[in-house]
Structures are given as C-alpha cells and as structure tokens.
Design a protein around this ligand. Structure first.
Ligand SMILES: NC(=O)c1ccc[n+]([C@@H]2O[C@H](COP(=O)([O-])OP(=O)(O)OC[C@H]3O[C@@H](n4cnc5c(N)ncnc54)[C@H](O)[C@@H]3O)[C@@H](O)[C@H]2O)c1
Length: 285
C-alpha cells in the first residue's frame, strides 16, 4: 500500500545488489511512495549484478561508484541533482563489507590492512558521503539521511567480528555529522539498526542461520524483514519525522531490549559442552 509519503521527493539509494538487498526494497518502496531516485553501487556490482533490472523497472539512472572514493561520490551527487532536477531530499547508505570476515580471520587474528578496508567501506564511506554532499550543498533543507546498522555496535555477538567496530563508528558518525548538518541546514541523520536479515552481506556472518533463529525467538515481535525495514526508511525519509536526528533507531522486533526469555533460559540449561572447531580446538563461544 502506498501513502504518497515521498511525493515529489528526490533520493539516492546506495547498495542495492539483488532483490534480497535491503536497499532494493527501499528503492522499490521509495518510488511507490512517489519519489524519483538514482541508484548507485560499485562498478563491479553494477556490471555483474542485477541492479540494471531494478533501474529499468523504476526508471532510475544507475551511477557506478565506489563509496570509499570521494571523486566517485562527487559524481553521484552531481549527476543525481542533474537527472533528478534539483537538490536531494533523502539518501540511503546501505553498504557493508568486511574482508576479514570474507577471509575467515577471527577477531583476535585480524589483518590490519583488511580492518582498514572494513572501516573504510562500512563506516568512513558514510562520512565521505556526508562531507561531499555538504560541500556540494546537495541536500535540501530538512532532508533526511539514513544508514543501516546492527546491534553488534552496542552488544557483542559471536561472529560479527570487525563489522561490530565498523557499525559503532557508523553510528558515531551519524551523531557527529547530524549535529553539524542539522544546525546548519536542518538535515536529519540517523541510523536504523535492523534485525539479522538473509541477504548477500548477511549470509557472510558466521552462524547466520542460528543467529537469525535466536533473534527471532528472543524478539517479542520476531525479526524485522527487509520489507519492513524499507517501510521504516519511508517514514524516516518523509516529512513525518522532521525532528528526529542523531538517533540509532532499533528496528528489531524488541531484540535489543531483551535480556532473557523463558524459552532461551530453558534451552540454555540443556547444553554446557565446550564448543570445538573443525580441527578440534576449543573455541570460547
Ligand atoms: N543483512 C543483515 O543481517 C543486516 C542487519 C543489520 C544491518 N545490515 C546492514 O544493511 C546494509 C545493507 O546490507 P544488506 O544486508 O542489504 O546486504 P547486501 O549485500 O545486499 O548489500 C551490501 C551492499 O554494499 C555494497 N558495497 C560493498 N562495498 C561497497 C563499496 N566500496 N562501495 C559501494 N557499495 C559497496 C554491495 O555491493 C552491496 O550492494 C549493510 O550496511 C549491512 O551491514 C544488514
């Protein structure tokens, strides 16, 4: 159902890779709500992925860009203003990747060059995006910018690895930049902390299926889906949330406020065996 929440607004959606991507759902809903958008992803993702199908379906230009590259980001904002015909009203940052996770490096055996890349791609890219947009004066007054985060920024969850540090930095950037951009242009900057969701990035997390199952059972409302996350983004991009800024907004069915459920307590008592890796070494779980 559409409410025309974004009628006449111009937006940029970063990070739609395939139809499981949260950004994909956001792009579809934004257009259904009356927005005109551009899409952007890395040149490789644009070449190899399915983004072009989404672009055709939504009549949205696709601007290839590496979000860690300031010149690429400049191009995204300049070209978007050109094709959409004015300043940008909303932006979604839906970008995350850890080369340490990809290479199965554990948190106490990180490769520091790879850590730099994790932080650059998953967090500093948000600062770069905001700084570029502000210098170009590309965002409308009272515009809304959202980045997607995860509760591992506040609480340790096994397997999330250096992405937890990246998310903590991402949320901090939203606050620090939100102060400056809000004061000067009324621009809102928030993060939405989403439930574990089965996407390409999500499936890289160690033990993702068990994590999703645990979160689902632990949350009184169950896990939030990618579609529901997109709904929340619509509200955040709309004029209904003009005074919400510098917040990390949990969209997780209540998970982040739970400590112990009856079911989890019951399960917990059933097994205290130490956890062993494939090679037999004990891993502290
Ligand atoms: N899936 C989950 O469980 C979950 C939970 C909470 C938050 N999030 C966050 O949601 C966001 C979107 O992830 P998703 O789950 O939809 O997975 P996804 O794999 O569909 O999206 C990740 C996107 O990041 C893009 N990307 C990677 N490196 C980039 C770069 N250098 N420049 C530009 N784009 C780059 C990828 O091409 C991809 O489109 C991420 O920030 C992720 O951490 C995901």
């Amino acid at each position: 159902m559409s409410y025309n929440l974004l009628k006449g607004k111009r937006g940029i959606v970063f990070g739609a890779l395939n139809d499981m991507s949260i950004a994909w759902k956001v792009a579809e809903k934004a257009v259904a709500e009356g927005a005109h958008i551009t899409l952007t992803n890395t040149p490789v993702a644009v070449r190899m992925g399915e983004v072009s199908q989404l672009g055709e379906k939504l009549n949205a230009e696709i601007i290839p860009a590496d979000a860690t590259n300031v010149d690429d980001l400049k191009l995204v904002f300049e070209r978007s203003m050109e094709v959409l015909g004015g300043k940008i009203d909303f932006v979604l940052h839906s970008i995350g990747m850890s080369p340490n996770v990809r290479k199965k490096r554990l948190y106490d055996d990180l490769d520091y060059d790879l850590l730099d890349k994790t932080l650059d791609i998953s967090a500093v890219s948000f600062h770069k995006m905001l700084q570029v947009a502000k210098k170009l004066d590309a965002i409308s007054d009272n515009g809304s910018i959202v980045a997607l985060s995860y509760v591992a920024a506040q609480r340790t969850l096994f397997g999330y690895n250096d992405m937890a540090d990246a998310k903590a930095l991402l949320e901090s950037i939203a606050r620090s930049f939100g102060y400056i951009y809000g004061r000067e242009h009324g621009v809102r900057i928030n993060t939405i902390s989403q439930s574990p969701t089965l996407t390409t990035a999500g499936s890289g997390v160690k033990g993702m299926e068990s994590l999703m199952d645990f979160a689902n059972r632990m949350s009184p409302l169950g896990n939030a889906t990618a579609d529901e996350c997109a709904d929340y983004c619509m509200v955040m991009f709309s004029d209904l949330t003009k005074k919400v800024t510098m917040q990390n907004l949990f969209h997780d069915g209540g998970f982040s406020s739970m400590g112990m459920s009856l079911r989890a307590m019951d399960q917990y008592e059933k097994s205290f065996d130490e956890y062993r890796n494939e090679d037999g070494t004990i891993q502290y779980g």
